[in-house]
Design a protein around this ligand. Structure first.
Ligand SMILES: C[S@@+](CC[C@H](N)C(=O)[O-])C[C@H]1O[C@@H](n2cnc3c(N)ncnc32)[C@H](O)[C@@H]1O
Length: 296
């Protein structure tokens, strides 16, 4: 690329072609997002300034962002931002980039509240186990008025990001952040939660190398690797959640479609749960299980 006389329109066209040739997904979107990030303008503003010539320092900055993307660094780590549940979240390589399918967990938790399925609890207690960026906990704090939320993670660095996100959304007083291995932060004085919600690591270790480079080389392995069959954390969550749920409380776990049948079997074998079902994601694949602890 020569650095003389480029307008916004021209550089977007050339970069889109370049990224397409290199096999980068959604090349036009990527070109626009990175240019708006470089110029500190919205994508709409880019369109309004299509004929605006760029300074050589802007072109050089843009070029280095494009180089990062060519090395398959996810767009969200470059810009430090991802949207989830129509809210803005800071993301860093310490946290999983929140995925659209995880919004179904949030949706289901809200349905429980709206359907009066949380008993007479005026202040439902919700635990987001493995909170990462805090996307689930923060979305639920916004949506379920009066809920008291706990958000835990084994990663100190992830919790730093989650706390920053809670502050950004003015919700830090509503969310209690705890660090530790799964149930450990709660084991000395169990809280009777109304909802335990989790998107745990669930990729089988042996499938790790087959993941796209954006995921395999950049997202934290601790957020993805569910060990053998990817079921390690799912099993531990199902086996012990009965201790931490109140009677009639709900368990919601995201997982791979192939893991849902085994998860339902495990739920039965605990004998703690009554109602159970698996639910599909937007692509019509079973993506989560929902189970209710028996009353009494
Ligand atoms: C798939 S990510 C989900 C992040 C976030 N909840 C979301 O949906 O975007 C799984 C999270 O579980 C955390 N984690 C992994 N092992 C854990 C453990 N033993 N105890 C608690 N959290 C753990 C990871 O650090 C990561 O943040």
């Amino acid at each position: 690329m020569t650095q003389r006389g480029w307008t916004v329109q021209q550089i977007l066209r050339v970069t889109t072609e370049f990224l397409r040739d290199k096999g980068i997904e959604s090349p036009r979107l990527c070109s626009e997002v990175l240019l708006s990030y470089q110029l500190k303008k919205s994508r709409v503003e880019l369109y309004l300034e299509f004929d605006q010539p760029l300074r050589s320092s802007e072109i050089a900055g843009y070029r280095s962002l494009i180089k990062r993307r060519l090395k398959r660094e996810p767009l969200q780590y470059i810009t430090g931002h991802q949207e989830f549940w129509s809210l803005g979240f800071l993301v860093s390589p310490a946290v999983l980039i929140p995925r659209a399918e995880t919004e179904i967990l949030v949706e289901e938790a809200i349905k429980l509240k709206e359907g009066n399925l949380l008993g007479d609890s005026g202040q439902p207690k919700v635990l987001d186990l493995g909170t990462g960026s805090g996307a689930i906990a923060i979305s639920l704090a916004k949506e379920i008025e009066g809920a008291a939320i706990w958000a835990s993670d084994i990663s100190f660095e992830a919790l730093t990001v989650a706390r920053d996100n809670a502050k950004h959304h003015n919700l830090n007083s509503r969310i209690e952040f705890c660090q530790g291995d799964l149930w450990q932060p709660f084991s000395s004085s169990p809280i009777a939660f109304d909802i335990i919600i989790s998107n745990p690591p669930y990729i089988p270790s042996k499938a790790f190398q087959t993941l796209p480079p954006e995921v395999r080389d950049y997202e934290p392995r601790v957020a993805l690797d569910g060990r053998e069959n990817g079921m390690h954390f799912i099993e531990r969550i199902i086996e012990e959640s009965g201790i931490y749920l109140k009677s009639g409380g709900w368990l919601l776990i995201e997982m791979d479609p192939d893991q849902t049948e085994k998860a339902l079997y495990l739920i039965d074998s605990t004998q703690s749960f009554g109602y159970k079902e698996r639910l599909m994601d937007y692509r019509k694949k079973y993506r989560l299980i929902k189970a209710q602890k028996k009353n009494g």
